[in-house]
Write a protein that binds this ligand. Structure first.
Ligand code: PMP
Length: 300
């Protein structure tokens, strides 16, 4: 049995509402709008060799995610970036994960809460890997098509990394896990292939990559990085509609995400895939890219 180390009972520091607090003191009130009505947004960032990969993109998305929930994070982009780096340093993390989160506070306890204070916190912890495929590393991930679907983009702002929308992913992943799979494959409200519970999907056929159009799920930062990386490496990448009936025709499937990185898929329901050369090449290229030190601009 795995021993869980609860996230509220650890050593370290969490920055919250302007102060770097001892980890266990970073608490909030039970009557918070964010908790009751899901008015909360977050980010997930990886630290490689002490540097946060794509910090600018994640920080901008955090701000945009709040705006999409009709709130303004009370920090500038620079403050968000500075604090993100401070928590990494305070927790002495060289390879890990940063979790910024912003939520509506306690001033109003009803659906509408325009006067609620927006709180912000940043935590950081060690996190070597996201996926440990049940069938073993050389078999890849097993995905099970979920009964749950990604919603019509008119249902909620799907490009916001809003906590509320993660209900879908949690339910889908719990069901996949109970059935012995590693993760869920979610179709969308029109029955098209969308993504996994927490990462985007790519499929390879005859040396060419295809990935679903992010109409009703996050256009992941890793997804965008992989599209560019693959094109730079000379591969053709098409953003297109993929129907579940087409899945059996692909040679390779992999998923991408900040936490997941590039992870090969070995099985979707009863269809099996080899971990192919393009997945391996992109996994390696992404691994090299994230560990590249950003070029520092010479002082003027
Ligand atoms: N889809 C979902 C549902 C996610 O939670 C994530 C992780 N943020 C992604 C896709 C991938 O996004 P990113 O590459 O920006 O981490």
């Amino acid at each position: 049995m795995t021993t869980l180390i609860p996230f509220d009972d650890r050593d370290g520091y969490i920055w919250m509402d302007g102060k770097m607090l001892p980890w266990r003191d970073a608490t909030m009130h039970v009557l918070s709008h964010g908790l009751h009505y899901g008015s909360s947004v977050f980010e997930g960032e990886r630290v490689y060799g002490g540097t946060i990969f794509k910090l600018r993109e994640h920080s901008e998305r955090l701000i945009r995610s709040g705006e999409m929930l009709d709130f303004k994070i009370p920090m500038t982009l620079k403050e968000i970036e500075d604090v993100s780096r401070e928590v990494v340093e305070a927790n002495k993390i060289t390879d890990g994960y940063v979790r910024p989160v912003a939520w509506r506070g306690s001033e109003q306890m009803a659906v509408s809460a325009p006067l609620a204070t927006i709180h912000v916190a940043f935590a950081c912890w060690q996190w070597p890997k996201y996926f440990f495929p049940k069938a073993g590393e050389n078999k890849g991930l097993a995905l099970k098509t979920s009964e749950w679907r990604r919603p019509d983009p008119r249902t909620m702002p799907v490009q916001s990394k809003a906590s509320g929308i993660y209900t879908i992913g949690t339910l889908a992943k719990h069901a996949a896990d109970k059935a012995g799979y590693d993760d869920a494959l979610l179709l969308d409200y029109k029955g098209r292939v969308a993504e996994s519970s927490g990462s985007n999907l790519f499929a390879v056929k005859d040396g060419m990559l295809k990935t679903p159009v992010p109409e009703c799920f996050l256009n992941g930062i890793t997804r965008q990085t992989i599209i560019k990386l693959a094109r730079d490496m000379g591969y053709k990448v098409e953003e297109t509609i993929i129907m579940p009936e087409e899945l059996a025709d692909f040679d390779e499937i992999f998923v991408t995400g900040t936490a997941a990185e590039v992870a090969a898929v070995g099985k979707i329901d009863d269809i099996e895939y080899e971990i192919g050369p393009i997945t391996k090449a992109l996994e390696k290229a992404y691994g090299d890219l994230v560990r590249q030190k950003p070029k520092t601009t010479a002082a003027a």
